[in-house]
Design a protein. Structure first.
Length: 240
């Protein structure tokens, strides 16, 4: 007899494995896969700045907690972890970018095949926007092996995929991490050259120092986000 999923399963945090509903009121309205404690350890802080005139938004600081979770996702092939990162900002991001298409950072296809999934796609899948895989890597170059000057030449390792089009579209370039910004800038330039109406950058976390940049910091109140998401869930239910 086939097993059936229990309707009484207790929601738990996929990072620390605690029972979420025992102390997180927001989870009464939506089953978040990460508890408030682990979420706060990720230092959620949305920062908006500019890279060569392109608006770039990052959602977290690349601290030890985010680094550990990202390694678990990418290095340990933990598919479930990918859906955790943006889960508590998903509703906000879904509304903000509802008229955009997503172009993920190019990934070496062999690595995705071995891992079994593209981690950038899985991290941002919750935005429920169409993906266009318009840019690819020509070779298996690793950013970690490049110095600053070499990273600025990353564009020579990238290529436009034949048959792909972004003409007239609002394109959101997405990636897991922003360091020097070289990849994001090279890809944004390529997207504009291929006719994109507008290009912005959205990354999960940032390591770059925002000093001396034109910047607008937006600090999110975690509790406020939880309350807003909860009320919106109720409103959607009433409308349905």
């Amino acid at each position: 007899m086939p097993l059936e999923k229990s309707s009484t399963t207790t929601p738990f945090c996929k990072v620390c494995f605690k029972d979420i509903r025992s102390y997180d009121t927001a989870s009464l309205f939506e089953d978040y896969p990460i508890c408030p404690d682990c979420f706060n350890l990720m230092e959620p802080n949305m920062v908006v700045n500019e890279l060569d005139g392109i608006k770039a938004t990052s959602l977290f600081v690349y601290n030890d907690k985010v680094k550990q979770m990202l390694y678990q996702c990418k290095g340990c092939f933990d598919y479930e972890m990918a859906g955790v990162f943006l889960s508590r900002q998903r509703s906000f991001l879904e509304r903000k970018y509802r008229n955009w298409v997503l172009v993920p950072a190019p990934s070496y296809e062999e690595k995705d095949r071995v891992r079994g999934f593209n981690h950038v796609v899985e991290i941002f899948k919750g935005l429920e926007r169409p993906f266009i895989h318009a840019i690819e890597k020509k070779d298996n170059v690793k950013q970690a092996d490049l110095n600053f000057a070499e990273r600025q030449q990353i564009g020579k390792h990238l290529a436009w995929k034949q048959g792909m089009s972004v003409a007239g579209l609002n394109v959101l370039f997405i990636d897991d991490l922003l360091t020097t910004g070289a990849t994001a800038k090279a890809c944004a330039k390529m997207l504009l050259e291929h006719g994109a109406n507008k290009v912005e950058i959205l990354v999960m976390a940032r390591t770059i120092d925002p000093k001396n940049r034109k910047e607008n910091k937006i600090s999110f109140s975690r509790k406020l986000l939880q309350i807003v998401d909860g009320f919106k869930k109720i409103i959607r239910g009433e409308r349905n």
